[in-house]
Ligand binder design. Structure first.
Ligand SMILES: [Zn+2]
Ligand SMILES: [Zn+2]
Length: 322
């Protein structure tokens, strides 16, 4: 079964891809992402690897955007899912990637976003990374993913609605630009910054040690970046990941979402940013999304964002090799 089913109460699509359950057990000590596996080139720096068990696929039935979802509706998950290999080195944590390496990863994200922007089936390019066993990643090989989706994900849809509403009430102003401007005035939640990007703990952070990286300039997608901005994003990504792994002295389990504007809706107000959602709430404890978060959608946080920002500011932006 490979289809989208409409969740009539939450008004969102759920992706069913049941053959994922039949994923083969991989031999011990064998990694498909390693040079020599036969699945990737013998030599690469970064590499785009089509997902073997995609939730969204170019071969799936097309998504019907005109469908008026009822109680039991279904449509096709046409799209694409790719794995982005950050490095050929199996055990290299993302915090040890060089700035030049991050730059190559960003170039690959951009190239794939450009390709999808020309595909009429794709509404949103979701670039992301799950990192660490606590997020269910058993493969240490440094990698992220790109989902090209035929609809706007519910959270992006909500953010666009908030940004559109804000613009309407504030003479067309961007809610993200205004948030960043006030964060820079207040300073207390800022963690790191360079000429083009600012990393801060959001005022209402939902996850422990949550951070956001906002572009200083009002840019909507990776396709709007200048060369200097690409270099600036690579530099701040490196700083943020090093700080994270220095926070408790080990690889911090986290989710990273690189968020861009809807591809085909030029009127949608949006602003490029990266979200980091870590799952470690102390040196020894993990944050679990339990009933109040998952069943009700309300988050409880146990560290003040201003305190966490202070801790993260104090964390070294270097690893021992630097
Ligand atoms: Zn590997
Ligand atoms: Zn903006």
């Amino acid at each position: 079964m490979h289809q989208l089913r409409w969740h009539a109460l939450l008004k969102q699509w759920v992706v069913f891809s049941t053959d994922r359950q039949n994923r083969p057990q991989m031999p011990v000590n064998w990694c498909p992402f390693d040079p020599g596996s036969g699945k990737v080139p013998e030599h690469y720096d970064v590499y785009l690897y089509p997902n073997d068990f995609p939730g969204f696929s170019p071969l799936a039935d097309p998504f019907d955007p005109s469908a008026q979802p009822g109680l039991f509706d279904t449509t096709g998950p046409r799209g694409a899912c790719d794995v982005i290999l950050y490095s050929p080195e199996h055990t290299l944590p993302p915090s040890k990637l060089t700035v030049e390496n991050w730059r190559k990863v960003i170039d690959l994200w951009t190239q794939r976003t450009r390709e999808h922007s020309l595909n009429p089936d794709i509404a949103l390019v979701a670039v992301f990374e799950n990192c660490g066993e606590a997020v269910g990643v058993t493969m240490p090989h440094p990698h992220g993913q790109i989902y090209a989706m035929p609809f706007l994900s519910p959270i992006v849809e909500k953010e666009v609605a908030a940004a559109n509403g804000y613009a309407e009430d504030h003479n067309g102003a961007c809610i993200f630009c205004d948030l960043l401007c006030q964060e820079l005035e207040q300073q207390v939640r800022i963690v790191a910054a360079n000429e083009h990007f600012v990393a801060f703990v959001p005022y209402a952070a939902r996850f422990p040690a949550e951070m956001a990286i906002y572009a200083r300039r009002h840019i909507r997608t990776l396709l709007d970046f200048t060369e200097e901005e690409k270099a600036g994003l690579a530099a701040i990504m490196s700083v943020v990941r090093k700080k994270y792994d220095n926070l408790y002295g080990f690889l911090l389990p986290l989710m990273m979402a690189v968020k861009q504007a809807p591809l085909k809706d030029a009127s949608a107000h949006y602003h490029f940013h990266v979200q980091f959602l870590p799952l470690q709430r102390s040196e020894t404890k993990l944050k679990y999304l339990a009933t109040i978060e998952t069943g009700y959608g309300t988050f409880l946080a146990d560290t003040a964002p201003e305190e966490m920002a202070k801790k993260l500011r104090a964390c070294s932006p270097k690893t021992e090799e630097d």
